[in-house]
Design a protein around this ligand. Structure first.
Ligand code: PEP
Ligand code: MN
Length: 373
């Protein structure tokens, strides 16, 4: 094998994602649904990942499905649910990129990019990710040899992005009783031949939830640096891969059972940063903080638009009481529809109107305030 970068290096690469290290002493748990489906699903999933001591929330938003008629993912809307749920529970995020357009959307919105099995040899995508300086999980192709997989990693490393984590997720064999066959020798070989961290996805290997715990334990015992596991708050309702998704309880139990296994191979699985360190008040406050940031962002957008409107107004007629009245009526109707107290709209909007008027007056070179007529 001619693998100058994959094979070259005395010490193992540690991929640092914020304060989490993949490839260090700690075994890293990543979990979440196959696909992001809704805000509440991601919130429940995030809570379960956190409670089990997981560090990374997974959720596909661009799903490369075998059938074009299967659910293809929520796209950018799903990214928002993934990022917000993870932020509330202090988790990192991982999600799959499928092409240049999805990469552009995701690069600043997820912590770890995932290249799926079906894209392991999408060389254009590998080159683009090589140009980044960003953690990436490179899954082994469904029918890829180990050498082909390493060569794909080489594309990324050769571009200068050294933050590559390999992921064994089962390969296609003649055995039909599982979705794929988990290749544990690949885990050992990665450790033997490369300096890159290796994680295991037992979910896509098994295709059935009853086997996941055994495969996950085997993976950690065999030297994997972490696990990427599908877990859905309500697997029976999942829009993809429900049959191979653990429930939150099963995920938690597995995490607990992995602790002594990690210890037996000189590693640790830290569960103490679970929900016990994060009370409901803290979680709700972090949700409020995020909502406030969104509100301020929207106010900024509103102010900028008001400023532009100001440029089209006659200097003597900046304030338009009739328009304000109309907007207020519309907003009160809308408030009723979306369950917002009408009194809140009545109290907040006059202030927003005033601020917009001040800005428009400033634009006309006069700062005196105008009152609505
Ligand atoms: C996934 O992780 O959601 C996925 C599609 O996996 P794979 O690329 O391994 O099939
Ligand atoms: Mn899946």
């Amino acid at each position: 094998m001619n693998l100058p970068l994959v094979g070259l290096k005395d010490e193992r690469t540690k991929v640092k994602v914020k304060d989490t290290v993949v490839g260090g002493n700690e075994v890293i748990l990543m979990g979440g649904p196959c696909a992001v489906e809704s805000e509440s699903q991601m919130r429940e999933a995030a809570k379960a990942v956190k409670a089990a001591g997981g560090k990374v929330l997974r959720g596909g938003v661009f799903k490369p499905r075998t059938s074009p008629y299967s659910f293809q993912g929520l796209g950018i809307e799903g990214l928002k649910y993934l990022a917000e749920a993870a932020a509330e529970y202090g988790l990192l995020t991982i999600s799959e990129v499928v092409d240049e357009a999805s990469l552009e959307l995701m690069v600043d919105r997820v912590d770890i990019l995932q290249i799926g099995s079906r894209n392991m040899q999408n060389f254009q995508l590998l080159k683009l990710i090589g140009e980044l300086r960003k953690p990436v999980v490179l899954k082994r192709g469904l029918s890829a040899t180990i050498e082909e997989w390493f060569s794909a990693a080489e594309y990324i490393l050769a571009g200068g992005n050294s933050q590559v984590i390999l992921c064994e997720r089962g390969i296609r064999t003649y055995e039909p009783s599982t979705r794929n066959t988990l290749d544990l020798s690949a885990v050992a070989l990665v450790r033997e031949l490369t300096h890159l961290p290796i994680i295991v996805d037992p979910s896509h290997a098994a295709g059935r939830r009853d086997l996941i715990p055994s495969l996950a334990k085997g993976a950690i015992a065999g030297g994997a640096d972490g696990l990427l596991i599908e877990m859905h708050p309500h697997p029976e309702e999942a829009r993809s891969d429900g049959e191979q998704s653990l429930t939150p309880d099963q995920f938690n139990q597995l995490s607990e059972e992995l602790v002594p296994i990690a210890k037996a191979v000189g590693r640790k699985l830290v569960r103490s940063n679970g929900l016990e360190g994060l009370d409901d008040l803290q979680i709700l406050r972090s949700r409020i903080d995020r909502i406030d940031r969104d509100i301020v962002g929207l106010i900024a957008e509103r102010m900028n638009t008001a400023q532009e409107i100001g440029e089209h107004k006659h200097p003597g007629h900046i304030r338009d009481g009739i328009r304000e009245h109309e907007v207020m009526e519309q907003l009160q109707e809308w408030a009723k529809k979306v369950g917002c107290p009408v009194e809140a709209v009545q109290a907040i909007y006059p202030v927003i109107f005033d601020q917009a008027i001040q800005l428009q007056l400033k634009g006309k070179g006069t700062q005196k305030s105008e009152k609505a007529i």
